[in-house]
Design a protein around this ligand. Sequence first.
Ligand SMILES: C[S@@+](CC[C@H](N)C(=O)[O-])C[C@H]1O[C@@H](n2cnc3c(N)ncnc32)[C@H](O)[C@@H]1O
Ligand code: SF4
Length: 402
Amino acid sequence: MTALSVRGRPAPAAPDPGFGIYVHWPFCLAKCPYCDFNSHVRERIDQPRWAAALLRELDHFANETEGRTVGSVFFGGGTPSLMAPATAAAVIDRVARRWSLPADAEITLEANPTSVEAGAFAEFAAAGVNRVSLGIQALDDAALSFLGREHSAEEGLAALALARRHFRRHSFDLIYARPEQTAQGWQAELARALEHADGHLSLYQLTIEPGTAFHARHTRGSLGLPDEATQAALYETTQAMLERAGLPAYEISNHARPGEESRHNLLYWRYGDYVGVGPGAHGRLTASAADGGRQKLATRTHRAPEVWLERVERQGHAEQPREAIVPAERLAEMLMMGLRLAEGVALSRIAAETGRRLDAWIPAPTLAPLLEAGLLVRDDRRLGATAAGRRRLDAVLASLLA
Ligand SMILES: C[S@@+](CC[C@H](N)C(=O)[O-])C[C@H]1O[C@@H](n2cnc3c(N)ncnc32)[C@H](O)[C@@H]1O
Ligand code: SF4
């Protein structure tokens, strides 16, 4: 299998990336010490008020994208499983009214595996959610406590069993490369995870994000991470075990059985259009330009939950000023996203999005050393990063976009 095949099948020439909707729910029960997502802890949340605001912001974006077919809806967070199921139902209903929402659209909910949230799975399923992504994070209670999680390994697996009962598709997240984690320990944990996995697993290496509690501890020297060689060994172990289990990586941290990839995330990585509502949500929209051509717009809403809510109630949306993405930035975004994927980036999509062929953007003397070093591969339809290239993607992109 080459880097440009999808499970042994040739990668499609230029799959239509489709169109999707992202809904951000910015609240959590507690703030995890590693997390820099736009997530906040609040004592009380006025659920009906939040539901009404999400619907208003959906309407705002629907006015300019009406008629498009929605392939996926993603409730992300924060912890959207803390949303009242009636809010999710109202959002899905509004999406179906304002756009075209086929019966087979993927509708994902990110969920934390505490018993309260798992108890609401049946209601979320009745609301139309058909895929759950569970933040199990570790199958070891000491590691869960280190990660500041509110659930035990047993609770995580119990939530997974409930998810299997209520949703056709589900995935779970684990975080590895934790302090003092050995390749042997991770192998055992991963083997156990595979006994419980169905079609999809997200396996993230712990990263120390600025502004988090872990960052402060790391700076003080009281949080040591595995060294480079151990991190590389953990990554290689992960790739090999998942490949053997029939869930190869289709993206740096995401593994799936063929056909079970997250359609919503594929849409981002393939540089499709999506609407983003809720605090701090981003979107990408293709629109008509003043000269009659097409332009790609970056949308972004206000990050602070209370400011977002107040602005939506006052003006129908909490958008920050939009930015038109110029062709050179579009190329950079396409490569940053697309080279994360095993299938790579379709050359025809680069030409369609940027108005120029790849060779007109990136001269042969820049590309050739990366191809020769085995970091990139190219055929007449695609440019892709090899497994080695995906591991060093930041350096590869820095060379390509210099
Ligand atoms: C939006 S977050 C979490 C969704 C949900 N609230 C939860 O915690 O289960 C999505 C995933 O990103 C991963 N993640 C967040 N911060 C991370 C970090 N610093 N390093 C590695 N993975 C991280 C976690 O696995 C998490 O489940
Ligand atoms: S990891 Fe999940 S639960 Fe923890 S703070 Fe981040 S979004 Fe909230």
